[in-house]
Design a protein around this ligand. Structure first.
Ligand code: CO
Length: 157
């Protein structure tokens, strides 16, 4: 059996994992797990009533057409995400797939360097360059089709 790369591409030389990546470990923390919901207030209330989780930060990110509520879990967050307009990517996601896990955000020391290294190793960038995220972070997204089906966000604080 051939060891496959995400997206069906094969590693050069048919080798296993780590064929191209030559840097240090990129992820420093799990930054957040993002969950797409239709009703942000209802989701916030459910997490509070079910788990005692409180909102640490809430923000509208106009550029992405989303409002998010961050629930702190140790040094990471659960990010509840809802669209603020019908043409936002999260609105399209909800229409196609319904509520649920939307993306995973990994904290990195240097978003630009992490993005370059990931693309050099075969990942597919959605953002060609890092851009502003919420909380004053710098972020870049990697395409799920080349990442075993998971939308990945690189987050630099
Ligand atoms: Co995110």
């Amino acid at each position: 059996m051939t060891v496959g790369r995400p997206g069906g591409l094969r590693w050069p030389g048919g080798g296993g994992w780590g064929g191209l990546y030559r840097g240090d470990v990129v992820f420093t923390e799990l930054d957040h797990v993002a969950i797409a919901v239709r009703d942000l207030d209802a989701a916030v209330a459910w997490y509070r009533d079910t788990f005692g989780a409180e909102v640490a930060h809430r923000e509208v990110v106009e550029r992405d057409g989303v409002e998010e509520a961050l629930l702190a879990v140790a040094d990471s967050y659960v990010q509840l995400l809802t669209p603020t307009r019908d043409d936002s990517p999260v609105a399209r996601y909800l229409g196609a797939k319904g509520e649920g896990l939307h993306h995973v955000g990994y904290r990195v020391a240097d978003c630009a360097a992490a993005l370059d290294a990931a693309v050099a190793a075969g990942a597919r960038a959605i953002d060609a360059m890092p851009r502003p995220g919420s909380r004053g972070t710098t972020v870049a997204f990697l395409h799920p089709k080349a990442a075993f089906g998971t939308l990945i966000e690189l987050v630099q604080e």
